[in-house]
Design a protein around this ligand. Structure first.
Ligand SMILES: [Zn+2]
Length: 159
């Protein structure tokens, strides 16, 4: 597979512009990590002007990645060229395809929430899931209303 992702001249500005325009894909697992560190998605997005690049990994397979620090904590991300014919999985470089599926979210140590009929992007090869920002925003709003006394809650995602 050939690597074909031209780097922007100023990666920080590029990242800030993408986040300002909500051109973000969230990994399925970031949801859990953000919750564990008590960094709300909205705070992360709104602080984009304060981002600084701590480290860059330009040779990362399959997309160059950056470790950033907003005022709140550290965030990692991959540069994705959305003008490309298709978007690539950051794990294995394969094609991502849109899919409607059911996904579990660990709401807390005791509570699991299964969201049904969730629109995601799934890698055709390694099954990594990515969530578009509007979907992630809605997932957060749904999770806020979860009954914390329940061990398992099944909710239908409806846009
Ligand atoms: Zn993959």
């Amino acid at each position: 597979m050939t690597l074909n992702h031209p780097l922007p001249d100023d990666p920080l500005k590029f990242i800030q512009r993408c986040i300002g325009q909500r051109k973000i894909l969230w990994t399925y697992h970031v949801n859990i990590r953000l919750k564990g560190r008590f960094i709300p998605r909205q705070a992360l997005i709104e602080s984009y002007a304060s981002y600084e690049i701590i480290e860059q990994y330009l040779k990362d397979k399959y997309l160059p990645s950056y470790l950033l620090t907003p005022e709140l904590g550290r965030v990692g991300g991959w540069l994705q060229n959305q003008e490309a014919a298709f978007m690539k999985c950051h794990v294995c470089g394969s094609k991502l395809k849109p899919l409607i599926t059911d996904l579990p979210f660990n709401f807390s140590d005791e509570t699991i929430v299964i969201l049904k009929s969730l629109p995601v992007l799934q890698c055709e090869n390694c099954s990594e899931y990515l969530l578009d920002d509007p979907v992630m925003a809605r997932v957060e709003r749904i999770l806020e209303k979860v009954n914390v006394a329940a061990e398992l809650e099944i909710i239908r995602y409806a846009a």
